[in-house]
Design a binder for this molecule. Structure first.
Ligand code: ZN
Length: 405
């Protein structure tokens, strides 16, 4: 293990108190820089009454969550980056464009980035990695490549090459590892019979069944989560028992309706505060739903918090029979009902709102259906019927409003 990787491994195994102290100090540094050099952050910090010059830890919980739509609006109103950087554009190494469009600068700073996540996922020097994320404008391809290089791995930048081209590469070079989406990996293993050793997958929701199928055809499958705006956030280790949060940022699970942190175990929006000094993100709302899976030490020895994978997307609520129903509440109720997929459909019949949950449940399993109805009544405070369908997928929206007024 290189000295570099050893330092990272030590950070991952430090005590809770050491981590809290370190993060408080990093937060103070980044907020000091942001309030001095970034007009966008200074305005938000002052408006929220966050005091930078008082002793003791800085409380950022008063700062409103910055959501993607706000960032998009700010960047459009004040190009190029909404006033959220602490230095001019030409001092960054790269600038990407994500759908929106949202522009994401990448700093020269010597950060671990996705290298940390790939390390957690078991990648190391000696791996020959097929990187199948796009290198064009969006950051994933480059960000993962930089991380793999940091670990000393060899990278094949496959990007958006055709399946035919990638199959040729696999037959000729026999890469040991894969980076990309789980569905892409499935296509490649079906096509070529490739026996990889490990894969880091991202960008799609993956069920445990999908994981089992992929592991059967190859090696270990580990999920990595990150976003274009804040970079690497969390990854699974060899025990795949939740995603280890990066040592270089703080996460909160926040009530999507109110910006307030929810208790551990509850579903909410994943909000990230990173300590990047060039393009800081303070309470950035990812729009993705997750929950804290555990704060106990993992069997791998890492001591930081772990998140459950991404459970869905947060979104605007819709009023049904006078009550607001939100996608995150439906996701929560589906999880509590042990349903990997389901869709709550709202229609209007004879002037009344009607709620039907479409889910893959045997129509004659009355006991199960009654339990699901009770869970939904507890969570969304409304009653509904259950329609047995086998065609609901985890990628379908969990809330569908089909009412015509
Ligand atoms: Zn672990």
């Amino acid at each position: 293990m290189s000295a570099d990787v050893e330092r990272l491994a030590a950070l991952q195994r430090r005590s809770h108190e050491e981590r809290v102290d370190d993060h408080a100090q990093r937060l103070r540094e980044v907020i000091t820089i942001a309030s001095e050099a970034s007009e966008g952050w200074r305005t938000r910090l002052v408006a929220a009454g966050v005091k930078v010059d008082e002793p003791g830890p800085i409380d950022v919980s008063k700062l409103p969550v910055l959501r993607k739509a706000d960032l998009l609006e700010r960047q459009a109103a004040r190009p190029p980056l909404g006033g959220f950087t602490t230095k001019p554009l030409h001092e960054f190494a790269r600038v990407f464009m994500s759908p929106g469009p949202i522009f994401d600068p990448l700093d020269f700073a010597d950060e671990w980035g996705f290298g940390e996540g790939l390390h957690v996922a078991g990648f190391a020097g000696g791996d020959v990695v097929l990187n199948a994320f796009s290198y064009h404008l969006t950051p994933a391809g480059h960000a993962f490549e930089q991380g793999a290089s940091r670990l000393g791995a060899t990278v094949i930048p496959a990007g958006t090459a055709s399946t035919e081209q990638i199959a040729t590469v696999i037959r000729a070079l026999r890469p040991t590892a894969f980076i990309g989406t789980p569905s892409h990996l499935r296509i490649l293993t079906d096509r070529t019979g490739w026996r990889f050793s490990r894969a880091a997958v991202s960008g799609e929701k993956m069920s445990e069944t999908d994981r089992a199928v992929l592991e059967h055809s190859g090696g270990s499958i580990r999920q990595i989560y990150g976003t274009a705006d804040v970079g690497y956030v969390a990854a699974e280790c060899e025990f795949a028992d939740g995603l280890h949060v990066s040592e270089f940022l703080d996460v909160e699970i926040v009530d999507p309706e109110g910006d307030v942190e929810v208790p551990d175990g509850e579903i909410g929006e994943l909000v990230v505060t990173n300590f990047a000094t060039g393009y800081p993100m303070l309470r950035f709302g990812t729009g993705d739903l997750s929950r804290v899976a555990s704060r106990d030490t993992c069997r791998c020895g890492r001591t930081g918090p772990r998140l459950e994978g991404i459970l869905g997307r947060s979104g605007p609520g819709t009023k049904v029979r006078g009550m607001f129903v939100y996608p995150h509440l439906v996701t929560d109720a589906l999880n509590r009902s042990n349903l990997s997929a389901g869709q709550l459909v709202i229609t209007r019949e004879n002037g009344e709102d009607v709620l039907v949950l479409r889910a893959d449940v045997p129509a004659d399993d009355e006991k199960r259906i009654e339990t699901i109805r009770r869970v939904f009544r507890d969570v969304i405070k409304l009653s509904m019927t259950v329609e047995s369908v086998a065609t609901v997928s985890p990628t379908d929206p969990v809330l569908l409003d089909e009412r015509v007024f």
